[in-house]
Design a protein around this ligand. Sequence first.
Ligand code: GDP
Length: 438
Amino acid sequence: MFETLSDKLSSALRNVRGVGKLSEDNMADALKEVRTALLSADVHFKVARQFVDKVREQVVGQEVLKGVTPGQQIIKIISDELEQLLGSGETQLNPKKPLKVLMVGLHGSGKTTSTAKLGRLLKKKGYASPHVVACDIYRPAAIDQLEILAQANELGFTCDRTSKDVPAIGRAGLAAAKAAGSELIIFDTAGRLQIDEDLIKEVQRLKDVVVPDEIILVADGALGQEAVNVAKAFHEALGLTGLILTKLDGDARGGAALSIKSITGVPIKFVGVGEKTEDFETFHPDRLASRILGMGDVVSLVEKAQENIDEKEAERMAEKLRKADFNLEDFLAQMQQVKKMGSMQSIMGMLPGMNNVQLDDGHEKQMGRTEAIIQSMTLQERRKPMILNGSRRMRIANGAGVKVVEVNQLLKQFQQMQKMMKMMKGSKGRKMMKKMQG
Ligand code: GDP
């Protein structure tokens, strides 16, 4: 359902290329497009504005990390902000056992289905003998529906088809669950077409009897901003602890998922992604954020670059290159730096559009051999390759398990590199460098 938003965001960010430093100026257009993308996904305008402001604050003046492009870096910032917006780190259920959950929501939101879905999921996660209680006294069909789902998913079930006393049904459910040793009891309440006082009062009476650990609103994600309003009203009346957003498999534009936490303060804990009982997932803001951005795993690429590339070290190397004071020892260090980021193939896999590109393993094997050759040299040899005579080369080849010609090749390559660097050092070279960086 996030395809359109995802497309728009990626096209907005694709234009942020070739900028040495992220600044308010060169980001302005991209940020405007990000805001438009959010608005057209039905995100609340205040939320969209705050979002863009926060991203701008972080972007301005940030140096672009070595090893990633400015575009990739801003994707990471946006992804972090999206995650924040979706309610990072707040999706955990109350860990209490037995856990009592009250499900509330409007008609047709998917409440009964989600009751069974939650029972099934938590049973798989180790809650013993989950029990569901049918508290909808108005619609016999809703009771039947829950009974069928409970049987199909091996959940305990309590109902009373003749009673109109909701708190009494709740009490009976608690007793039955206790007798069965249930670690999870879920109460499915009646819904209405709209929120009204009678509905809220009835749920409140049930709440007083049951004393739930979680009060979860089931809201139809396809309703967009309307779902946000519903959540706000239920939260004010009952004090929600979490949300289940349903029908995210449909063509909803995602606005509800993106603004509901920020407007109501209530975190999304689960999402419904289909009609079947197994179409139900624990909500992961980070995963959704990266799905929305549709950027393969650019985010983890930037994280890796942040973790692994030591900026000072990179600068020291650049300085050495400039001074043409670059020996085989430095060459080895550089290669290891690249290796720390993972194999070439796995790095390629993280780049959007590149994950299907297969590198032949020749490249990596070659790197491995080069590394072995340098490692077989003494420190002195690495620093002063000119002392490498025939017998030394033979010894190194044996040590690295390669032929002498390979050692010769590497040394020749390295000599060419040094020549180039010496040329670069001159004034002509500086011009050339400038052109290359251009
Ligand atoms: P209730 O009135 O709130 O109890 O709603 P129901 O549980 O009866 O669900 C209403 C309709 O929405 C049913 O046809 C469900 O199959 C459907 N439904 C519930 N959750 C989802 C979902 O996540 N995705 C899809 N596609 N349909 C859902």
